[in-house]
Structures are given as C-alpha cells and as structure tokens.
Design a protein around this ligand. Structure first.
Ligand code: SF4
Length: 77
C-alpha cells in the first residue's frame, strides 16, 4: 500500500537528515526547513509514495530528531 507524507515545518529544526536518507522525497526551502518534493507534492502530503520507496521514507522518518515527518496511508487534507 502506498504511503503519504508531509513535514510539520513548525517542528523541523533544519538538521538535514531526511534529505540525506531520502533525497527523492525531501528537499529544503530557503530557511533549510524540509519539505516533501516528490512529484511536485509541495509538502501537501497528497502524492502517493510508491511501495518501492517505502524503505527510504522509513529511514528518513527514523532519522528525524523531532519526529516531524508525518506518514499515513491516506492523503493528508
Ligand atoms: S530530519 Fe526532521 S528535523 Fe531534520 S530536516 Fe528533516 S524534517 Fe527537519
């Protein structure tokens, strides 16, 4: 099953871990805060992350020191 993800930027401390773990999913804005960029998601959490990328998504989640990467099985909104 696909997963959906987004970053709670209020809690992000711009540590850079998630983009290292999952560079296809996470990049950083001008303040260094992470956001979901996969297929142009724009951190809305509405783009399905394919099962083949779930492991790197999980690595990113586990690497996040503030647990601000949210994941669920349905689109956010
Ligand atoms: S790992 Fe977490 S705290 Fe670090 S940049 Fe990514 S979302 Fe922000």
């Amino acid at each position: 099953m696909s997963k959906f993800t987004k970053v709670d930027k209020e809690e992000c401390i711009a540590c850079g871990s998630c983009g290292s773990a999952a560079p296809e999913i996470f990049e950083y804005d001008n303040d260094g805060l992470a956001e979901v960029v996969f297929e142009g998601d724009n951190n809305k959490g509405v783009t399905a992350i394919p099962a083949a990328m779930e492991e790197e998504l999980q690595d990113a989640v586990e690497s996040c020191p503030t647990e601000c990467i949210k994941v669920q099985e349905t689109p956010f909104n």
